[in-house]
Design a protein around this ligand. Structure first.
Ligand code: PMP
Length: 373
């Protein structure tokens, strides 16, 4: 790089590779209809009252939002069973992950990260000059908490855990986390990214609120982008101890969520419960249909607890995804996560899923024909 003066740590950070947008694919491929199942969005959002509240909020955009986020913190507290003082707001969960990095990481600190998980943990840690200790997955697709335990050291500052895990959709066992709490030094923190937690049967999730009440060093990171259907409004939050929330709010930039996002999130929680539950049950039902659909095509899906399904295809995932893109279906190849023959496919509406399965089936047939020639 020819620019001078950039921090050394910044030069180590890899740019985030987002899923393709519908507009990009329409333009690149000259297609009129594109189905986007590559970014784990919720096809049913924004819900009607949220849409109304966000539209009404437009006329107030000349003024800053409430810097203390009083109302939205109260609504999230009611949802989680904790108090408002246990909630911090952010610009998407991504903003909270960045703030957590800034809050805890000094150069030379160690962070523990499972080898195939959400990529931002690694880049944020590198940006702060921390040393990344990678823990291989267990049985290919599962976060290995015992493996994390084995690499704990006095230098461990953060243990980044995603439950359910992106891209595999798996959850880890609830008891394993207790071992980490028992063994980790008092200055280590478990970051539980539960961005997809609402799609999971609660019996598979850890009871993060009770860990916080017990005074464990844990932060739960959550978002309105997935189950609540507000990815474009960019609002996320965390749950943590009262003491830590003061620190996190201090490190966050002021006004780090916007009026539209706050209005949408509030209305979703207060007035869109019915629509939200309907969307959740629709997604869960379709998730099962996708799993069966993949099995019927001779593929190996992994049991998912999120709004996407990870599937082993036996072909190069990047090539397969590219061929599907030509037919107007965006899915996510998992080559970058070291799964060269897998796809991560978001659960869409029944119609979107139907078309995706059809396109996948045709594409696999084309590839099988190529192999047999
Ligand atoms: N965590 C995980 C595991 C994710 O997959 C994502 C987004 N795909 C995020 C956090 C960030 O979500 P957002 O910033 O949209 O809230």
């Amino acid at each position: 790089m020819s620019l001078k003066g950039i921090r050394k740590a910044v030069l180590q950070v890899d740019p985030y590779v987002p899923g393709k947008t519908t507009e990009e694919v329409m333009c690149e491929k000259g297609l009129k209809n594109v189905i986007k199942l590559g970014s784990n969005e919720n096809p049913y959002g924004p819900f009607p009252n949220a849409l109304k509240a966000m539209t009404e909020e437009l006329s107030r955009l000349n003024t800053y939002p409430d810097v203390s986020f009083k109302e939205i913190k109260r609504a999230i507290a009611d949802l989680s069973g904790l108090g408002s003082e246990n909630v911090c707001i952010s610009h998407g969960a991504e903003g909270m992950l960045q703030t957590i990095g800034k809050t805890f990481l000094d150069p030379g600190d160690e962070v523990i990260i499972p080898s195939s998980t959400y990529g931002l943990y690694r880049e944020i840690s590198k940006l702060m000059g921390a040393r990344v200790i990678e823990v291989p997955m267990k049985g290919e697709h599962y976060i290995d908490l015992h493996g994390c335990l084995k690499v704990l050291s006095e230098r461990t500052k953060l243990i980044w855990l995603n439950n359910p895990n992106n891209p595999t959709g798996t959850v880890f066992d609830r008891e394993g986390i207790q071992g980490i709490f028992r063994e980790m030094p008092s200055h280590s923190w478990v970051i539980l990214d539960e961005a997809y937690g609402e799609f999971t049967d609660p019996s598979f999730l850890t009871d993060t609120a009770s860990f916080i009440r017990e005074g464990k060093n844990v932060i739960s990171v959550r978002t309105f982008s997935k189950a609540f259907g507000l990815a474009g409004a960019r609002i996320g939050y965390c749950l943590c101890s009262k003491e830590l929330s003061v620190v996190i709010d201090t490190v966050s930039e002021p006004f780090n969520a916007n009026r539209i996002g706050i209005a949408g999130a509030l209305a979703t929680l207060k007035d869109d419960r019915e629509e939200y539950l309907k969307a959740l049950s629709g997604i869960r039902k379709e998730r099962e249909r996708l799993i069966h659909g993949f099995e019927n095509l001779g593929l190996r899906p992994v049991r998912s607890h999120a709004n996407f399904v990870f599937v082993e295809t036996g072909f190069n995932g990047a090539i397969l995804a590219d061929m599907m893109l030509d037919k107007g279906v965006i899915v996510r190849p998992c080559n970058g996560w070291d799964y060269p023959s897998s796809l991560r496919i978001t659960v869409g509406t029944p119609r979107e899923n139907e078309i995706m399965l059809l396109v996948l089936s045709e594409t696999l047939e084309d590839l099988r024909k190529e192999v047999s020639h």
